[in-house]
Design a protein around this ligand. Structure first.
Ligand SMILES: [Zn+2]
Length: 318
């Protein structure tokens, strides 16, 4: 009987693969380099190898695996099983589902990585009690997903839930993806926070980041968070601005979808205390009150495993 599931979290540097039972308990996992420079065929071979290794480690056979879920950066088509293009994988209209199924002879389900993480948090994480859940991940970019009941809301061609590309400041900078300006990712991601601090320091040479001795171009998110915690005015201001914009994005989500729960994940959440109260104030200022009052804000709990547990959730739900 095929009672087990495999999740594959496909990233630009590594492939995380895990085998789980029907309840999402992980039996074995494997981490491998993606080796993007060797091309798409090689990546498929690496995924195949990682699946066989993980299944072997779990002391199972491939015939005991019911389905494989693959979480990949998008844009992609779930129905067609194609990854159109991504910035960190060498794919162009790549039929990943067909390629992988022909290797392992097990049904494969493709999902956008942020949607997979959202489903993982719903089934096995912070959103377990939610009925209408929105998920936002704030890291170098901003991604997200909408899970209603136990189903990801995909839209007509799998493009729904791109919360990072909601426009919140039409005169703002671009995110580097498409032509639009001032999306949430361009205004409040980790990349945006670093960009804004660097710009302010370059524009006013009298300014500096407290307790930071290195070059402006080497400043990273950790340096800025540390400076803010040390009381640096510029770093504090930039985090608060990001919080204000995040609040506008969250208010738009609340007004559009009336979620009962919003789950927040991603690396920038490690500096949560630097923007959280400003974000909440901005939500109060911008969201319809009745909807905002009944919405719980929770922190993601799956951490570094969110991608692979999300992929397992995708495999289980089919
Ligand atoms: Zn954008």
């Amino acid at each position: 009987m095929a009672n087990y599931f495999v999740g594959v979290d496909l990233g630009g540097t590594k492939i995380l693969t895990a085998v789980a039972d029907q309840k999402g308990n992980i039996l074995a996992d494997v981490k491998m380099a993606t080796e993007v420079e060797k091309g798409e065929e090689h990546i498929i071979n690496n995924i195949d190898k990682s699946i066989r290794t993980a299944v072997g480690k779990a002391e199972l056979g491939l015939e005991e695996i019911k389905r494989i879920g693959v979480g990949s950066p998008g844009p992609l088509s779930i129905k067609k099983g194609i990854v159109y293009e991504t910035s960190n994988l060498p794919f162009e209209n790549f039929p990943i589902v067909e390629m992988l199924e022909s290797k392992v002879n097990i049904p494969v389900v493709l999902e956008n990585d942020a949607n997979a993480a959202a489903l993982g948090e719903k089934l096995f994480g912070a959103g377990i009690d939610s009925e209408f859940m929105a998920y936002i991940t704030i890291s170098t970019g901003i991604g997200g997903g909408l899970v209603f009941g136990e189903k990801v809301f995909h839209g007509s061609n799998d493009g729904a839930g791109e919360v990072g590309h909601m426009i919140i400041e039409p005169s703002g900078p671009t995110c580097g993806f498409g032509q639009h300006r001032g999306c949430l990712e361009a205004m409040a991601s980790g990349t945006a926070i670093i960009r804004d601090v660097k710009n302010e320091l370059r524009n006013d040479l009298n300014k500096s980041l407290k307790n930071y001795q290195g070059k402006i171009e080497d400043i990273d998110g950790y340096d800025i968070a540390k400076a803010a915690r040390d009381g640096d005015e510029l770093a504090i201001k930039i985090y608060q601005e990001a919080g204000r914009y995040l609040g506008i994005g969250v208010a738009n989500l609340i007004n559009l979808f009336n979620p009962d729960t919003i789950v927040f994940g991603g690396g920038v959440m490690k500096a949560k205390e630097l923007f959280w109260s400003e974000m909440k104030k901005s939500v109060r200022d911008n969201a319809l009150r009745a909807s905002a009052n009944d919405c719980s804000f929770l922190e993601a709990v799956l951490g570094d495993n969110t991608g692979v547990i999300g992929a397992i959730a995708v495999a289980i739900k089919g």
